[in-house]
Design a protein around this ligand. Structure first.
Ligand code: ADP
Ligand code: ZN
Ligand code: ZN
Length: 719
């Protein structure tokens, strides 16, 4: 009897064997999809081991229901990457493969590239257009459109049925797929001396190498990507460009397309299922030459991958924080290594992990220290607000500077990483605070909708007019969010318009584009927003940045809080002064002497990151140690801790320290009580050996059925 081993999308860390008859067995290869019975269900899985002879042990196997591909859908390169990820993240291979396939292919649909062919009108079609009755509206519209010019399928509104009928009548014919418009080499600027040096180093490197491209915003990093990709395309290979968030993609995508031609495809979650499938198949066939996409684009198949670019490599959105918890940046490096190709990690504020690799020489450190247009990057100036009266969180000196810049015709940006009006609603009479019923957290006051909302579980309620506890009307909004700053500035500067950028205001790509257009055209002069503003947008007329507060990061228990604060402040500061004049950046604080803030102000992100690296070394935290976090949650309070206490003895191993199980910082969220167990090791290998041994034992614990639990390898936060 012949068996195949199949990876199925089930939360079990193993593959499943099915039997196949000899004539079919000859067609089945690793990487093909099959439909199989699993319990009472039917599932689509991927063959990971081609037919092999069963051991003669009397075991019984179910036959497969159908073979779905006559050639492997998943190539060896992607399959082996997924297998690596399954081992590294100790996550079921079947679920990773499920993640890697677009929805339609997961469901077992035929893998077929839709023709991107064009249609042209025939002589018969021209005649028909004059004789068709008005009732044949769809046909007339189609023919009229084609009379003007031959059109690619995508440009036609006609349904498949309309096209089919017109073809059957001989009114239209298929024209050749229009040639992708060729790269525009004339648009390539002459590299600056610094860029030239970087390009030469890149050109001199062959095979696998990780290049950290560190450069402030506007220093010409994107130009380096473009020229590297041009070189890769010239060799007939493909390029993958990862970007953190979709809000960044349109700008970069159009820039890539203008320079590199129509072979540039975007891949992200807002595409339709059909479009995602088509990009997937085109990448696999080598017809999509450049893919620009978010985290999930990392799992696209490529015919011949030549380079990977990870833009804003420090960005936390590269880490998937639920389900399959992987870091797209880290897996990108592994993929480049497997393909023996270079990977470029670009950032103005590299992560400490990446900086450390660069320090140790494992990664090559390429620097662009100057802005192309010769404006020095702005210096962050500390504004001591102790003892100053604050108008909704804004000090008088900050407001004066704002007035000055606005009068001079500049634009001013206010950054704070907190949306809503105020984070706390407090009763001045009795001390009552609005708390979430499902989380250990305060409800945030949102004035725009007059609600209290929990930012952790989404619970919402109408804003009370009187205190629910003592019925007085003495409710106070404590603290400052973006809505409040927006309102304060609108009151203070009524002659200027304020545009707010946060996830309450920016609910669609269109909303973002509209707000950005208002800023670029000068219709709005003041920007208020959260980290959305830190991301790559270009504001040519911005002359001042005010950081409303960054103090929270200084007190937080999150070991990455200061790193992240430094990155955000530097990125936001980098928006200022891009068109000829240096910008002013003010950071309000109650901790003006705090060494981290001093370093950031005096030496910029580089000085701060060096100090943080030294500190991480002393405290044995990443990148000087490897972490894994086991999280557990349950509705009943006792189970998470009991489960983790049972896990703890299973995690003893040489070279790994196991911390005590701890309730999470915010213990209750969305009705679940949460706890976690931290494992820490100096050697990655020791940690992985232990996890590989312990995971099956943990799964078998009876308490494992009382909780929802997960393993996070290289966790981003320890919450
Ligand atoms: P970054 O990606 O580091 O923010 P960009 O590559 O976007 O930098 O460059 C910043 C600006 O300078 C862009 O408008 C870009 O078109 C322009 N630019 C980049 N390199 C050059 C060059 N060598 N000559 C002229 N302009 C350049
Ligand atoms: Zn809540
Ligand atoms: Zn009260």
């Amino acid at each position: 009897m012949l068996l195949i081993s199949v990876a199925l999308p089930v939360p079990l860390p193993r593959c499943f064997d099915y039997c196949v008859e000899p004539p079919l067995a000859a067609q089945i290869r690793r990487g093909c999809r099959v439909r199989v019975a699993f319990g009472a269900r039917e599932l689509v899985g991927v063959v990971v081991q081609a037919p092999f002879a069963a051991a003669d042990d009397g075991a019984e196997y179910r036959p497969i229901i159908a073979l779905l591909d006559d050639a492997p859908l998943l190539g060896e390169e992607l399959l082996s990457l997924c297998e690596w990820a399954a081992r590294y993240y100790l996550f079921p291979l079947g679920e990773i493969l499920h993640h890697a396939l677009p929805g339609r292919l997961r469901q077992g649909q035929m893998a077929q590239i839709q023709s991107a062919e064009a249609y042209a009108i025939t002589a018969a079609g021209r005649v028909a257009l004059t004789t068709l009755s008005d009732r044949a509206r769809a046909q007339k519209t189609l023919l009229t459109q084609l009379l003007a010019a031959t059109q690619p399928r995508a440009a036609l509104a006609a349904t498949a049925a309309t096209l089919k009928r017109a073809r059957a009548q001989g009114w239209i014919e298929v024209a050749a797929e229009p040639l992708p418009h060729a790269p525009d080499t004339a648009a390539r600027p002459t590299p600056t001396a610094e860029q030239q040096a970087v390009l030469e180093q890149l050109a001199a490197s062959h095979g696998f190498a990780v290049h950290l491209l560190e450069g402030v915003t506007g220093s010409g990093k994107t130009e380096i990507y473009l020229q590297r990709i041009e070189a890769v395309l010239a060799q007939g290979a493909q390029a993958l460009v990862l970007v953190p968030e979709i809000s960044l993609t349109p700008q970069l995508e159009s820039r890539l397309r203008a320079r590199l031609g129509d072979g540039v495809c975007a891949y992200h979650s807002t595409l339709t299922a059909r479009a995602r499938e088509q990009v997937w198949l085109r990448a696999r066939a080598g017809r999509a030459q450049v893919i620009i996409g978010t985290r999930s684009a990392l799992w696209l198949p490529f015919a011949r991958l030549g380079v990977i670019v990870v833009d804003e490599e420090h960005d936390t959105s590269y880490k998937q924080q639920e389900g399959f918890r992987y870091s797209a940046r880290d897996v990108a490096v592994v993929r480049a290594q497997k393909n023996n190709i270079p990977v470029l990690l670009g950032s103005a504020t590299p992560s400490l992990e990446t900086l450390n690799h660069a320090r140790s020489g494992r990664y090559r450190h390429l620097r662009l220290s100057r802005r192309v247009h010769e404006v020095p990057p702005p210096k962050v100036q500390i504004l001591d607000v102790r003892g100053l009266s604050l108008d909704h969180g804004l000090s008088a000196p900050l407001l004066e500077a704002t007035a000055h810049h606005l009068q001079a015709g500049g634009q001013v940006l206010f950054f704070l990483n907190r949306r809503g009006y105020a984070p706390v609603l407090l009763c001045h009479t009795c001390g009552w605070r609005a708390a979430c019923a499902h989380c250990d957290a305060h409800m945030t006051l949102h004035r725009g909708r007059n609600v209290l909302r929990c930012h952790h579980c989404g619970a919402q309620q109408a804003l009370p007019q009187t205190c629910p506890s003592c019925q007085t009307r003495t409710l106070l909004a404590i603290g400052t969010g973006t809505e409040r700053v927006e309102q304060a500035l609108a009151n203070r500067f009524p002659q200027y318009r304020v545009a707010r950028f946060d996830s309450d205001r920016i609910t669609s790509q269109q909303a973002l584009q509209d707000q950005l257009a208002d800023i670029r055209s000068g219709r709005a002069q003041i920007l208020v927003g959260t980290q959305i503003l830190a991301k790559g947008h270009d504001f040519p007329n911005l002359s001042m940045v005010g950081i409303v507060s960054a103090d929270q990061a200084l007190y937080g228990s999150d070991f990455r809080a200061v790193e992240r604060m430094g990155q955000l402040v530097t990125q936001v500061a980098g928006r200022a002064g891009r068109s000829g004049q240096p910008g002013a950046v003010w950071l309000q604080t109650h901790e003006p002497d705090h060494p981290y803030l001093q370093m950031l102000s005096e030496g910029g992100y580089r000085a701060l990151s060096e100090a943080l690296l030294d500190e991480r070394r002393q405290t044995e935290l990443p990148p000087f140690a490897y972490l894994a976090l086991i999280r557990a949650e349950a509705r009943e309070a006792q189970w998470p801790m009991q489960f983790l206490q049972a896990v703890q003895p299973l995690c003893q191993g040489a070279g790994v320290s196991v911390h005590d199980a701890l309730p999470s910082g915010m213990e209750r969220r969305a009705g679940f009580v949460r706890a976690s167990l931290l494992l820490q090791a100096r050697e990655r290998r020791a940690l992985h050996a232990l996890l590989a041994r312990a995971m099956p034992q943990i799964s078998r614990l009876p308490l494992a059925r009382k909780v929802r639990w997960s393993l996070d390898v290289d966790p981003y936060d320890l919450m």
